[in-house]
Design a protein around this ligand. Structure first.
Ligand code: GDP
Length: 476
């Protein structure tokens, strides 16, 4: 257990410089940002005449992910929806069209602000929140950072184009996240639109829509003509009802950062989505490794608001620095506490960067759903024939005890999207005659994903079979 001089000073309510001086007198040359061990810290505390109480990590950091609000305090909250699909299939158009259905959009002073998410109110007073950054990259990147804000995915497929590579990626990323999906078959205004063909082709990817007697809701829409929007909204609300989404509104807020940037005039600005509690002007908070105090809250119509409840997106002003997308914001009792937690996290983050453990074959079994061990992987290869041969060969390695689960398989270089999915799912990536592109390589370094390269299928299956047998242990 180590602590920085500054953090110890904060906790003792003494000046950092005074501690440095005291340490100097004890024969130690350190700065306020350096860490000292527990014994030295205790000596210092005695020196300053304070009582010693050893604190555990949970006293210093805040991790509220485990603590649950009592059932009776929970209230229904709006669903949070992400739109995914292939490029040009109409994600942006659909987001705009849905935004246009908001019954409150005409209110005085309301000008559309693109803050990363928006909320609509339906005719019968239901609310739905949409994340404004469509696509599975943002979705999976957030998930890789432990932020599962999306409740429902709307998969957009253009009826005149069909199932395309990014459609398949979106399906796989959604499935890996275990988030329910609604299929919006778009551009049905086009004469060449063939929605039934889409429904058929989806079967090949194990997406069985209602019209094919499956349980995935589907709806025909035209973002351009505005048809089917009410039906889509109805289906989202129905899905939300099934999910029984709830959160406690009357407590200190927790929120997730959707996007953040340094604004020239306003300083660091973050759009957050409140996950529970109510965020209020004047609240003191920690977000990632930054602390701050809510100076202003601005909603998606550019209006200043006093507070924001669960599932509400708001822009927050008053941050100490720019946090990252996916960072958790937690309201704390006072500024001292906020600074302390932020300092502690900064130190932890530095430690983590230097000792980043790769996702290994040993650790990826932590997530055991049943007695059958799942063996998740991603496969990228140079040609479609190899992708198919490898996927089949891998599936053939499955038995009653252990099952290969190919999260995503595709042709081409290993991309950022592959790496984020692998990181989020704790799975290795298998490259057959392909390598990662530059951006993916950077991400691999950051996220520590395991990569395996092969050029002979036999070597690949042999090695994976060995890994799988090793996982099961000698007793099975
Ligand atoms: P994104 O890349 O998925 O965000 O797709 P966009 O929303 O940018 O749409 C791509 C193109 O398809 C644009 O030219 C849109 O005008 C057009 N488009 C989108 N939705 C529809 C639709 O329902 N019908 C028709 N005819 N065109 C559409």
């Amino acid at each position: 257990e180590a602590i920085t001089v500054q953090e110890l000073a904060n906790r003792m309510a003494e000046k950092g410089a005074d501690l440095v001086k005291a340490l100097f007198n004890m024969g130690m040359m350190v700065t306020v940002n350096q860490t000292i061990d527990q014994d030295t810290a205790e000596l210092l505390v005695e020196e300053f005449g304070h009582n010693i109480t050893r604190v555990s990590e949970s006293d210093v950091d805040i991790d509220t992910s485990e603590d649950q609000d009592p059932e009776e305090t929970l209230k229904a909250r709006p669903p949070v929806v992400t739109i995914m699909g292939h490029v040009d299939h109409g994600k942006t158009s659909l987001l705009d069209a849905l935004r246009g259905t908001d019954v409150t959009k005409g209110e005085a002073g309301g000008i559309t602000q693109h803050i990363g998410a928006y909320q609509i109110q339906t005719k019968d007073k239901h609310k739905i929140t949409f994340l404004d950054t469509p696509g599975h990259e943002a979705f999976t990147e957030m998930r890789a950072r432990g932020a599962n804000v999306t409740d429902i995915v709307v998969l957009v497929v253009a009826a005149d184009d069909g199932i395309m590579p990014q459609t398949i990626e979106a399906i796989n990323h959604t499935k890996a996240a275990g988030v329910p999906m609604i299929v919006a078959i778009n551009k049905i205004d086009k004469p060449e639109a063939n929605p039934d063909n889409i429904r058929n082709r989806l079967l090949e990817h194990e997406v069985i829509v209602e019209k094919m007697s499956g349980d995935v809701q589907d709806v025909e829409v035209s973002a351009k003509a505005g048809t089917g929007l009410d039906e889509l909204i109805e289906k989202i609300l129905l899905q939300a009802e099934l999910l029984e989404l709830k959160a406690r509104p009357d407590r200190d807020a927790e929120a997730t950062v959707i996007e953040a940037q340094l604004d020239k005039g306003r300083g660091p600005v973050a759009t957050v989505l409140v996950t529970r509690g109510t965020l209020k002007r004047g609240d003191t908070f920690v977000v990632g490794t930054e602390s701050g105090r809510v100076r202003a809250l601005i909603d998606d119509k550019g209006k200043q608001v006093k507070e924001a409840g669960p599932s509400t997106p708001v822009e927050v002003l008053g941050l100490g620095g720019v946090p990252g997308a996916g960072d958790q914001m937690t309201v704390v009792e006072n500024e001292q506490r906020a600074r302390e937690v932020a300092a502690y996290r900064q130190e932890k983050a530095t430690e983590k960067r230097t000792a980043l453990a790769p996702t290994s074959f040993d650790t990826m079994f932590n997530n055991l759903a049943s007695n059958v061990i799942e063996f998740p992987l991603l496969v990228k290869a140079d040609v479609q024939g190899s992708v198919e041969a490898i996927t089949t060969a891998l599936h053939n390695l499955s038995n009653d005890d252990i099952k290969v689960r190919v999260l995503h398989a595709g042709v081409g270089a290993i991309t950022e999207s592959d790496v984020t999915l692998a990181a989020a799912s704790n799975a290795p990536i298998i490259g057959f005659n392909v390598r990662p592109n530059a951006k993916a390589r950077d991400l691999v370094k950051r996220d520590g994903v395991e990569m395996k390269y092969y050029d002979v299928i036999y070597h690949l299956t042999e090695e994976i079979a060995k890994e799988m047998a090793g996982e099961l242990g000698p007793e099975r």
